[in-house]
Design a protein around this ligand. Structure first.
Ligand code: UN1
Length: 507
């Protein structure tokens, strides 16, 4: 069915933006893989899939680059990342526009994603002078014990469509300052933004001057391309973001060859609105966390537990917020909810809503919106009598399940009673509740917040979660350690050879 629509072409704009970002025509024309914009359903480009042989060649080249790059002093490696950050600053508007066209994010969130890249570059530049090891007291006289952090090798990065560039950058910025090199398999739904980032990176490399070739490469394709990267013996670490099913496939393959996995998988994030919550603040926090990015963040708020004493005051206001948000072309000012990534996502959403109805849920909103050939839906608010199976599963769409609670311990238990463990939050002005929530017997997630929603983390903290979320930590804090190997060194500056643990071995 063709619908008359005022939505402007995405394909024409994509061509302009790709040119402005310096992506060569041959990279996005003439290939077998069509790239569609979720905004209009139009085909914007035809990219070229890598073969298994291409992946092998990319890893070999990245390994050769690693052998040279590991000898470059870390602060000098940081200089390359600093230059890359400058390129990102200069290209922020264009790259943001491409994120919007390819992933469907509203303009402010697309720009935010590029800002997240800039932020991690700045962070990594600082860390390039702080790759510290400890000096440890030894039990032996005239000895010194210390640890040294060394570059690891080629890092494979597998990224998802929903943060098509920022999550790669969390990995790449740190990997590069750590002396590693990268081979990147972007989501097959968002290869154009990856090609654009690669073009910007190459600009930074050219300005840097004497960097080895092939510090970073992009390999486009589906499962076979990912598998070739995961199985290559010269890739000691794979950082993979995506579904739990993907992680279940990747994790054991890496374990089989004792390679490291950094997994950032599904989330099923909850928030608790407690009796003392500032309801104005909670409405805003919940609205952004649940409806932002059309519910397609791994940190999206999907489950809300509202205390029975405030439920009747809170719910009508939340419903009003849901009814008021504008769904549509993410390039348009005032639109807060853009399209879902594709038809399959829209169908998955409708299926989940049906399951919720079957389980006694009262669904508000959630219907498909007929706009061009894009995949638009109104965000759904679902009042659930209990945490049914559908609530425990992650549906990557804007569905918020709302439940009442009476007792905080029970609400925390329900919050934790899902397979995933990424992010969580509580809205409360009761200091005891806030502290309990972030304590050892509180939230079991990698991220636990107070008086903000579970999404939209800044890069300075370690990002990742427990249980089926995969256990990996990326981005800030000491996440850099995942990209290096640690050596413990014991040095004897004496003239005797005392053995540890008092062992004697006289020859
Ligand atoms: C993701 O959805 O994979 O905390 C990453 C956030 C963003 C990153 C999300 N900074 O919501």
């Amino acid at each position: 069915m063709t619908v008359q629509t005022p939505i402007a072409s995405a394909a024409a704009e994509a061509g302009e933006v790709l040119n402005a970002l310096g992506v060569a025509d041959v990279l996005w024309t003439g290939g077998a893989r069509a790239v569609r914009s979720p905004i209009t359903g139009e085909t914007m480009a035809h990219v070229h899939d890598a073969s298994v042989a291409d992946v092998t060649a990319a890893v070999e080249a990245a390994h050769t680059a690693f052998l040279a790059w590991r000898n470059v002093p870390a602060p000098r490696r940081g200089e390359l990342v600093r230059l890359f950050g400058e390129e990102l600053r200069a290209a922020k508007a264009d790259l943001g526009a491409l994120v919007t066209l390819e992933a469907g994010k509203v303009t402010s969130e697309a720009l935010g994603e590029v800002q997240e890249m800039i932020d991690i570059c700045d962070f990594a530049v600082g860390v390039s002078r702080q790759l510290y090891g400890l000096t440890i007291a030894t039990e032996r006289p005239d000895h010194r014990m210390m640890e040294t952090w060394h570059p690891l090798g080629v890092v494979g990065v597998i990224s998802a469509f929903n943060f098509p560039v920022a999550v790669w950058c969390w990995n790449a910025a740190l990997a590069l300052i750590c002396g590693d090199t990268c081979v990147w398999k972007p989501s097959e739904k968002t290869p154009l933004t990856a090609l654009a980032v690669q073009a910007l990176f190459e600009r930074a490399v050219a300005r840097f001057g004497d960097a080895p070739a092939s510090l970073s490469a992009v390999v486009i394709g589906a499962r076979e391309v990912g598998e070739a990267l995961v199985d290559h013996p010269k890739v000691p670490l794979v950082s993979a973001t995506g579904s739990t099913a993907m992680g279940r496939a990747v994790g054991p393959r890496l374990a089989r060859r004792f390679a490291r996995a950094l997994l950032e998988l599904g989330g099923n994030n909850a928030a608790i609105v407690a009796p003392t919550a500032d309801l104005d603040l909670a409405i805003r926090g919940v609205a952004f966390a649940a409806m932002g990015t059309a519910g397609q963040r791994c940190t999206t708020l999907r489950r809300l537990f509202v205390h029975e004493s405030v439920y009747d005051a809170f719910l009508p206001r939340l419903k009003a917020a849901y009814a008021s948000v504008k769904v549509g072309d993410p390039r348009e000012a005032g639109v807060l909810v853009g399209p879902l990534i594709d038809q399959a996502a829209l169908m998955g959403m409708q299926r989940a809503l049906e399951d919720a109805r079957q389980a006694g849920g009262q669904v508000h909103g959630g219907g498909a919106v007929d706009l061009a050939q894009g995949c638009y839906a109104r965000p759904a608010l679902v009042e659930m009598p209990a945490q049914a199976d559908v609530v425990k599963r992650e549906t990557f769409a804007p569905i918020l399940y709302v439940m009442r609670y009476r007792d905080l311990d029970a609400a925390i238990a329900l919050q934790n009673d899902v397979p995933q463990g990424l992010s969580s939050s509580i809205f409360t002005n009761d200091m005891r509740e806030a502290e309990l929530f972030i304590s050892a017997r509180g939230s079991d997630c990698g991220i636990a917040n107070v008086n903000i929603g579970p999404s939209g983390a800044e890069i300075g903290g370690a990002f990742g979660g427990e249980k089926e979320t995969g256990g990996g930590r990326e981005s800030g804090s000491d996440s850099w350690k995942a990209y290096m190997r640690r050596a413990t060194n014991t040095l004897n500056y004496g003239k005797t050879l005392p053995l540890a643990q008092g062992v004697t071995f006289d020859v």
